[in-house]
Ligand binder design. Structure first.
Ligand code: AHR
Length: 498
């Protein structure tokens, strides 16, 4: 099978916003407790943060971390998580049928983010919570001092404001599973009042409105339209969430084509936002925050007992998941003109690239690698690939066999090409035409592939699914040919001269 792609340095989609490489930690299962935090663990620091986990989080170069939920936030009283730890209440968490000890709250999470070299994207409770409580949280975090809330933060050991810039106005409020789920109208009104108060406290913050929980919601995209009619001028972003499951579709080809479904979702939300813009005669362009995305197979588990730090949503990712995941990353890159923020949901243990053992080690799951590669090499200008590839029929319609994204880092004089090859039977011979560059030299071709699509990394065999080097593309300077194995995720690096 053959395919061609022209990579032109002047045809750009846009600059990658580093916040495209965000992630998410929720008070959920073992994400916080025995995930990032485990006092007494051999690697724990004085605050109880696992340094082995921190080291791997740093390898992912995560730009921001959404916190504390997720479904959890819609029943969370943030004041439970501040002040002396031994005085903090234990509560029932209705979202995940868990006991929440509140050992970690906003102050500790900010400390953890500093250690991890990342920033907080905070979510406020618009389920059981009120606009006033949301504004109080902004004041606690961001006001310098001299008021009850800000002085409370200072007493709790943080003299300097946390300076949290990005705030989500609730979580998935369109979902009947959400604590105090709302209609679009009711959410629009409540979020509008919260947004006004939060911005009055700190005019420097950016706000994300809750868009639809996924593209299969019966209320999609009406929810988004109605919500934006209330909030268009008050918010900076609308959120998108979507998870792609092997069990949601019938065939491997359909699962691999998830990248196309994500692309359609992004386009529909952008079109909805633009419709509201036109209706309001607004000059403002609304951007998108894809603040929950991942591959996730078993979304509808239920739990019988009230547990503390027990496994919840601990998906073990296999090679096939990692391929789909790579395709989704390309879609995010190819929409950087609209998608400014994206959060891989989540970061540790719960549907995550990192898996820990309480008291034990931590491993990199298969999806760790595509994220790490794109986060390291994908911060530049996304070029619009002119691709001609064989196509196949999927549940999402006709899709190309290759999902490809190219990022140019001018300062480093490098182009990275990321390609998912969905062809199941044969390799694809891809000719890459760098006609607008003067010199192009191949540096590296890393590939994630293998005979067993169900292969996983485990504590016993942590390196079963890892990228491996392949022979470099062959060719004459600006015209290269590269062989992409069937069912593979490929990362190609080229040294370039303008
Ligand atoms: O990430 C897991 C859950 O998925 C989140 O809590 C929720 O927002 C979504 O439905």
């Amino acid at each position: 099978m053959k395919a061609k792609c022209i990579i032109e340095k002047d045809y750009s989609i846009g600059d990658v916003d580093p916040r495209l490489f965000g992630s998410f930690i929720e008070h959920l299962g073992r994400a916080v407790y025995t995930g990032i935090y485990e006092p007494g663990h051999p690697t724990a620091d004085a605050q109880g943060f696992r340094r082995d986990v921190l080291d791997l989080v740093k390898q992912l170069q995560v730009e921001l971390v959404r916190y504390p939920g997720g479904n959890f936030v819609s029943g969370y009283q943030w004041t439970d998580g501040i002040g002396p730890v031994d005085k903090r209440p234990k509560r029932l968490d209705l979202a995940w049928k868990s006991i929440e000890t509140n050992e970690i709250g906003i102050d500790e999470f900010v400390d953890w983010c500093r250690l991890a070299g990342t920033k907080v994207m905070a979510a406020v409770n618009l389920g059981t919570g009120t606009p006033a409580e949301a504004a109080n949280l902004v004041e606690y975090c961001n006001h310098p001092g001299g008021t009850a809330w800000s002085d409370w933060r200072r007493q709790n050991g943080h003299a300097e404001p946390h300076g949290i810039k990005l705030w989500c106005l609730g979580n998935e409020m369109d979902g009947p599973w959400q604590i105090c789920h709302l209609s679009a109208e009711d959410y629009g009104k409540k979020a509008l009042e919260a947004a006004k108060m939060m911005r009055w406290v700190d005019p420097g913050i950016e706000l994300v409105a809750c868009g639809s929980s996924n593209s299969s919601m019966p209320t999609f995209p009406e929810w988004d339209r109605i919500v934006l009619e209330y909030l268009y001028e008050q918010v900076d972003y609308i959120s998108l969430h979507n998870y792609y499951g092997r069990s949601d579709v019938e065939t491997l080809g359909d699962f691999l084509a998830s990248f196309h479904d994500m692309d359609q979702f992004i386009r529909t939300v952008a079109a909805t936002a633009d419709y509201v813009k036109a209706k309001k005669r607004s000059h403002k362009r609304l951007f998108l925050s894809f603040d929950e995305w991942n591959v996730w197979a078993d979304r509808f588990a239920t739990y019988e007992t009230w547990d503390f730090a027990k496994p919840r949503l601990e998906q073990i990712y296999n090679l096939q998941d990692a391929l789909v995941f790579g395709g989704l990353l390309c879609t995010l890159l190819n929409n950087v003109d609209r998608v400014k923020i994206a959060c891989l949901a989540q970061l540790v243990n719960a549907i995550a690239p990192l898996l820990t053992e309480p008291g034990g080690g931590v491993i990199k799951q298969a999806i760790f690698y595509p994220f790490q590669q794109v986060s390291a090499l994908g911060r530049g200008v996304v070029l619009r690939p002119l691709i001609s590839s064989p196509r196949y029929e999927s549940v999402y319609g006709d899709v190309p066999v290759l999902q490809l994204s190219a990022v140019y880092r001018e300062e480093e004089e490098e182009v990275a090409v990321f390609v998912l090859n969905c062809a199941q039977e044969e390799a694809v011979e891809l000719s890459l035409d760098f006609r607008s560059f003067t010199v192009v030299n191949p540096l590296e071709h890393m590939v994630l592939t293998g005979p067993d699509l169900k292969a996983v990394n485990s504590f016993a065999e942590p390196h079963k699914v890892v990228p491996r080097p392949l022979t470099l593309p062959q060719g004459d300077n600006r015209l290269m040919t590269v062989e992409l194995p069937s069912l593979s995720w490929n990362v190609l690096r080229f040294k370039t001269k303008k």
